[in-house]
Design a protein around this ligand. Structure first.
Ligand SMILES: [Zn+2]
Length: 428
């Protein structure tokens, strides 16, 4: 059935901003413009006063299937994604087995197809088993549907292996994504190294553990010419180096997560395990640098690093609990908070969640161009709501944002021209 979205505030980053109608036919964007006439059999959705934008694209999620289905499945993760406005998500390979081969990639794509909600695009491993030793069959991964390669969570320590990975990635037109962390420097740290870690008696991860790997990866990208995407950067040093590298024309993009532009290490006081993530929450100075990086375009992308864990896992001692928080159902309002704060324009905020991530991986997503896949979201920018983890579609509840009052409510999520999520009040 065709869908006509009437009278919304359309934001198609870099292409069009203004009041317009959006017509969807046969799963594609058929027209964007004023006063479009409705095909006879179309469903009309009135969007007056609402934002209408491309479906959000998340370059960094962990859907835990195969292997850890008690934390999240591709079905539950996809439901969380569309509830949060994400129509395309790229899932990291640290499942069990690791997504380092065609069979796992095909399994993920099949599960995503059965779920029938979001576009779930697998990221293949860089090395076999993400063990950092032998390269995975990168060409096979590409052919079977992987959209990038990464050993997220178990970063490649050997710089020669990383160089070879970048050379292959370039040959296969894939982006290399790195979680920048020198595991030797990070040692057994569980929070940012500094005054707070000393006061709490917890082992720290210095900012330098991230910075040295950002520096290495930028050098290797310069050497090989490969497209490099830096996952979840968290330090002032990373922002500074990426800014400098972009100035010299290195093919790098960078992402930041909402928790790294909103929270500091202070949240760890009280040994709150929902403040335990990797990279860890840093200092106020780092948060300011991340915001400035987002503002000036050094940081292209906002991603969630959606990392579900079961309640009993997060209820362990701070040193024992796993790293990570869920993010898909809170990222949009938290990002819109940067608009309220005056850090980003509305168009910039939308761009960092749509066209910019799509461009970083070369995906034909994140646009309302005529002929593009009809992945569209309608958002009530003014509606306030309180984050209640018990209402999450995700199987997991591990968020530091419980109880936060946020602004910006998802109304409708459309994937390939089908309404896959809807919440009231929606006028018809
Ligand atoms: Zn990571």
């Amino acid at each position: 059935m065709p869908i006509l979205i009437k009278g919304g505030h359309v934001i198609d980053p870099g292409r069009f901003v203004g009041i317009a109608d959006v017509l969807i036919e046969k799963g594609k964007i058929a027209a964007v413009g004023p006063n479009l006439s409705s095909p006879v059999d179309a469903r009309t959705i009135r969007a007056n006063g609402k934002l209408v934008m491309p479906g959000l694209v998340d370059l960094h999620v962990h859907f835990r299937e195969p292997g850890f289905e008690y934390k999240e499945t591709i079905q539950s993760g996809s439901a969380a994604a569309v509830a949060g406005g994400f129509t395309t998500v790229c899932c990291m390979p640290n499942t069990n087995p690791v997504n380092d081969n065609q069979a796992v990639t095909e399994f993920i794509l099949e599960r995503a197809r059965l779920a029938g909600l979001a576009n779930v695009l697998p990221i293949g491993a860089i090395t076999k088993g993400s063990e950092g030793k032998e390269l995975a069959e990168i060409g096979d991964l590409r052919r079977s549907g992987c959209v990038a390669i990464s050993d997220d969570g178990k970063p490649v320590m050997n710089s020669l292996v990383m160089r070879r990975a970048m050379e292959y990635a370039l040959a296969f037109d894939l982006t290399v994504v790195d979680h920048c962390e020198d595991l030797h420097l990070a040692e057994c740290g569980c929070m940012n190294e500094g005054l707070v870690s000393t006061e709490l008696g917890l082992p720290g991860i210095p900012a330098a553990a991230e910075d040295v790997m950002v520096a290495r990866n930028l050098s290797l990208s310069e050497l090989t010419g490969a497209r490099l995407h830096l996952a979840h950067i968290s330090t002032a040093g990373s922002v500074r180096m990426v800014r400098e590298a972009k100035g010299r024309g290195i093919h790098v993009t960078a992402e930041a997560c909402p928790h790294h532009f909103l929270l500091t290490e202070e949240l760890v006081r009280g040994y709150n395990t929902h403040a335990k993530m990797n990279p860890p929450l840093r200092t106020w100075t780092d948060v300011q640098a991340i915001k400035e990086g987002l503002r000036d375009g050094t940081i292209d992308v906002i991603a969630t690093d959606h990392a579900p864990h079961a309640t009993q896992e997060k209820q362990q001692d701070f040193t024992e609990a796993p790293f990570g928080i869920v993010g898909l159902e809170t990222a949009l309002p938290l990002t819109l908070g940067l608009v309220e704060e005056g850090i980003l324009s509305l168009e910039q905020a939308v761009q960092k969640l749509t066209s910019a991530p799509a461009a970083a991986f070369g995906l034909k997503k994140g646009t309302l161009a005529v002929g593009a896949d009809a992945d569209v979201v309608i958002v009530d920018q003014q509606e306030q709501w309180e984050v209640d983890p018990s209402k999450f579609r995700s199987k997991s509840r591990n968020t530091p944002f419980a109880g936060w009052k946020v602004k910006g409510r998802m109304n409708t999520t459309i994937v390939d021209g089908r309404v896959v999520f809807e919440t009231g009040p929606v006028e018809r």
